[in-house]
Design a protein around this ligand. Sequence first.
Ligand code: HEC
Ligand code: HEC
Length: 225
Amino acid sequence: MMRNGFRSCALVGLLLAGLAAPAHAQDEQERAKLLALVNEVIQDDARHARAIELGRDRTLLCAQCHGEDGNSRTPEVPNVAGQNPTYLLEQVDKFADGRRKNFVMQSLTRDFSMEDKVNIAVYYASMPVKPLSADPILAREGARIYGAVCQMCHGDDGRGEIGYARLAGQQPQYVVDTLKRFRTNARRSVSEEDMKRHDVRMEQVTQNLSDRDIEALAAYIALLK
Ligand code: HEC
Ligand code: HEC
């Protein structure tokens, strides 16, 4: 069931990626390669089971912050359970080469082999996301903004696609911190070196959001299943 879900998602994702994100050809090539590799593993029962096993072993250190099953133990740490494997792989690469900055994550990801990365991504992707709670009134406000601005990339249920993060059930404090970081990049002239994280698309969509909008979006996202 899980595997069929991912396959159809991947197809829609390819179509959407073409429409919504005319990214660099090189990125697209890299992404297609990673996706092909992840799909190869996921579609072969024996390799899939093995990847999950190896991924679990490789994430012993990560459990301290992200939880054994990828459901985070602290509000500032993102859930990685249920996350799209290609998005996870991309973020690991961004930490490893310094495009995304976080001291612990940069040190931990630097020495991963391609195989480690695929196993870790497959392992976390196969773990279920635990439900969170949030203020329902705030969430209703967030739903309106989400539908108008975010849905076109992150999907109507927040499940994301190949290059787009799954948002459903993400830790609200992490979402608030992340959106504010993108907004800061967009509003002030932050040098690329000082940006903890940089993405032109997310900078454009956050630049006109108020703090209240951001809190509302985080509440809505936390409640998405
Ligand atoms: C000391 C705590 C800590 C440990 C240990 C840790 N992480 Fe993280 N991780 C974080 C924090 C904090 C972030 C968010 C950084 C930011 O704000 O950009 C993060 C982000 C991530 C992300 C990006 C998620 C997203 O939604 O964009 C991935 C993937 C990830 N970690 C994987 C791992 C893996 C794999 C390991 C083990 C090898 C690991 N982490 C170990 C704290 C930790
Ligand atoms: C044009 C496409 C697009 C739109 C519209 C968009 N996003 Fe994103 N979003 C992205 C991409 C691409 C990334 C990954 C950025 C990166 O690699 O750092 C992302 C990342 C994120 C993340 C970080 C996820 C994580 O796990 O770290 C959050 C949170 C997020 N978006 C929320 C939103 C919200 C809320 C909206 C609406 C206000 C929105 N996005 C609209 C493309 C989009």
